[in-house]
Structures are given as structure tokens and as C-alpha cells.
Design a protein around this ligand. Structure first.
Ligand SMILES: [Mn+2]
Length: 207
């Protein structure tokens, strides 16, 4: 994981390997540059060392290429190239842009993405990331990202398939991202897989 402090995002992450495994095949990236911020959650296929190896390569690729190719489609293509000799990963990633107050996101495989609106009048109150089937490093679908407006306090949650669905009912936007992530992993971790949940709260470009 790349640790980053940003003026535009507060974030927290919680992760646990499958019981009996020393290394997790789930990984995440958070990285700030300029007025942008990348969050990504990665699930190496399977679990154990080979899964962790593939997830590590995806992590490195995202960290090393974020500033020069800052769109999610080319980042996924780069990951695909560097993962060809691994078992591959599924991943979802999002780039926040504090100049335009947007987030652009995309998912390959089954890492869930959920955007919860801070504004109680927002309609719809949440949006789910559209995921496309495929495995990065093995078979990519046609890549299309989507961009949506974000406001201060909006919360993006990325979760691997080691987390059961339904946690959004219990998320309070008044809690810190780390508190939200900790609660989700305690209450929704499956016993059959590695698990990771990344919570990012958009604060905007505060003066
Ligand atoms: Mn998994």
C-alpha cells in the first residue's frame, strides 16, 4: 500500500488475509498528485503467495504510472501488460479531480464500488460502480470509464469479494473513513477469502 496524505481526500483501509495465510492477495493504492487522488482496490486471483505477487505488481504499476498517465483506462492497460506472466487480478479504481469536482472510475471483475452522497436530498442517494467482466493480465473487456460529480463529504467505498454485500445500510457519513472501514471488515468479512475495504471521503480543495 502506498501511504499518502492529501488535502482533497480523507481515507481509511481495513484488510485481513484468509485465516491460515500469511500474505493477503488483496491490496490497495492511494496516491495524491497535483489536485488529483487515486484510490484502487485489487484482488489477486485465488489467495496466498501467488495472489499476493500479482496484486503487488498491480500496486507497483499503478503507483509508478499515475502521474504520467492519469486516466483510469490507460492505467488498467498498463496493469494488464505488467501482469501477463502472473495469474492476474481483478481491480476497481477511481481518480478524484479537485479542479472539476469529479470522480472517474472503472472496475474489471468483481471489486465492488459504491458512492454514497453526503447530501441527504441527493437523488439517487448512492451510485454503484459498473463492473465489466474480465481479469487484468489475462482477458480485458473493452474499457470504458464513467465520470460523475462529487461534493464535499461524499464517500466512495471499494470492497473485494471477501466482504459480504449489504454493509451500506450501516454506514454513517458522520464517522471517519477509518471507523467505517473497521466496522465493515469486522461485521462483513467472509471466512472463505482475503478481504479488503477502502473508504475515501471527498473533502474538496479546501482553501
Ligand atoms: Mn477475493
Amino acid at each position: 500500500m502506498e501511504e499518502t496524505i492529501s488535502p482533497i481526500i480523507d481515507w481509511g483501509v481495513a484488510t485481513l488475509p484468509l485465516a491460515g495465510e500469511e500474505r493477503s492477495g488483496d491490496a490497495c493504492v492511494v496516491k495524491a498528485w497535483g489536485k488529483k487522488f487515486l484510490v484502487a482496490a485489487i484482488d489477486g486471483l485465488g489467495h496466498g503467495d501467488q495472489a499476493a505477487y500479482a496484486a503487488g505488481i498491480a500496486t507497483e504499476t499503478l503507483i509508478n504510472h499515475t502521474s504520467d498517465s492519469d486516466d483510469v483506462v490507460s492505467l488498467v492497460r498498463r496493469c494488464h501488460q505488467s501482469l501477463v506472466r502472473t495469474r492476474g487480478v481483478v481491480l476497481s479504481l477511481a481518480i478524484f479531480d479537485a479542479v472539476n469536482n469529479t470522480v472517474t472510475w472503472m472496475g474489471i471483475g468483481n471489486v465492488d464500488g459504491l458512492l454514497l452522497r453526503a447530501d441527504s436530498q441527493a437523488n439517487p442517494p448512492s451510485e454503484s460502480l459498473l463492473q465489466r467482466g474480465g481479469v487484468v493480465g489475462y482477458q480485458l473487456p473493452s474499457l470504458r470509464s464513467s465520470t460523475t460529480h462529487v461534493g464535499r463529504g461524499d464517500i466512495l467505498i471499494l470492497s473485494t469479494d471477501g466482504i459480504s454485500s449489504g454493509f451500506e445500510r450501516e454506514v454513517s457519513t458522520k464517522e471517519s473513513p477509518q471507523q467505517i472501514a473497521d466496522k465493515i471488515i469486522i461485521n462483513y468479512k467472509k471466512k472463505t477469502d482475503d478481504a479488503l475495504v477502502l473508504v475515501a471521503c471527498y473533502t474538496g480543495d479546501l482553501p
